[in-house]
Design a protein around this ligand. Structure first.
Ligand code: CTP
Ligand code: MG
Length: 234
């Protein structure tokens, strides 16, 4: 029996996690699709999927891979379902969602780029959806001062940050909510909850994690290396 055989606190393994991983990583640079960029000798996608799989509720992982890398990704993450991703994140999520069996009621969407997200956060999002919420996102307070600027980069105003939140993934949904949101989306959204908000549905927040940072720029890779080293002191 390995750790995946430990029953979830709910006793259920009823969650599909969609992993959009088809992006090119232009802001990170380096010429390799970001999900395949290495951190401590392993692709970001492998770090992300290992942590997802450690969440006891997770029944299946569906990866939207860069189309040219589908076969390579199948080898990297043998237990996962792998589909070719699309030209935008939203299209990649839609492609992965189409591969989820109709029997699965709870669907999480989790960026491959948030490679160090702890299994506990995956489990907390799943548990919040299972408890009856239609849409759940991890959120952190904004720590910096936020200002609105005009086209000339001149400050128009300082925004009250008290009610502002930085939103992470995994984002969790009842399957029918996410399917409806994708079916009705007209414009591009940077996250899935944004589409659900457009439907007029409530999106709940739970506390996020510093470890769920999105590796976007070169500095984020350095931060992730430091976080990993701190969690595995040699
Ligand atoms: N993603 C995807 N399909 C796309 C674009 C993005 O699956 N067509 C995924 C990325 O692989 C990533 C997540 O969505 O795991 C968040 O996107 P982002 O951090 O913007 O990654 P990239 O789009 O790869 O980076 P960039 O915008 O800098 O090119
Ligand atoms: Mg992008």
């Amino acid at each position: 029996m390995d750790s995946r055989d430990v029953p979830a606190p709910s006793g259920r393994r009823d969650v599909a996690v969609l992993v959009p991983a088809a992006g090119m990583g232009l802001r990170l640079g380096g010429g390799t699709p970001k999900a395949l960029r290495e951190l401590a000798g392993e692709p970001l996608l492998v770090h992300a999927c290992r942590r997802i799989a450690q969440a006891p509720s997770v029944a299946m992982i569906v990866i939207a891979a860069p189309p040219a890398e589908v076969a390579a990704v199948r080898e990297l993450v043998p237990g996962a379902t792998v589909v070719p991703g699309g030209a935008t994140r939203q299209q990649s999520v839609a492609a992965a969602l189409a591969a989820v069996p109709a029997t699965v009621d709870i669907v999480l969407v989790h960026d491959a780029a948030r490679a160090l997200t702890p299994p506990d956060l995956v489990e907390s999002v799943a548990a919040a959806v299972r408890s009856g919420l239609a849409a759940v996102v991890p959120a952190l307070p904004v720590v910096d001062t936020v200002k609105r600027v005009d086209a000339a980069e001149c400050v128009l105003e300082t925004v009250d940050r008290t009610p502002l939140r930085v939103i992470q993934t995994p984002q969790g949904f009842r399957r029918e909510t996410l399917v409806l949101a994708h079916a009705q989306a007209v414009d591009e959204h940077t996250d899935d909850a944004g589409m659900v908000e457009r439907l007029g549905h409530k999106v709940h927040t739970i506390p996020g994690s510093d470890l769920a940072l999105k590796i976007t720029r070169p500095v984020d890779l350095l931060i992730a290396q430091a976080l990993l080293a701190a969690s595995h002191p040699s």
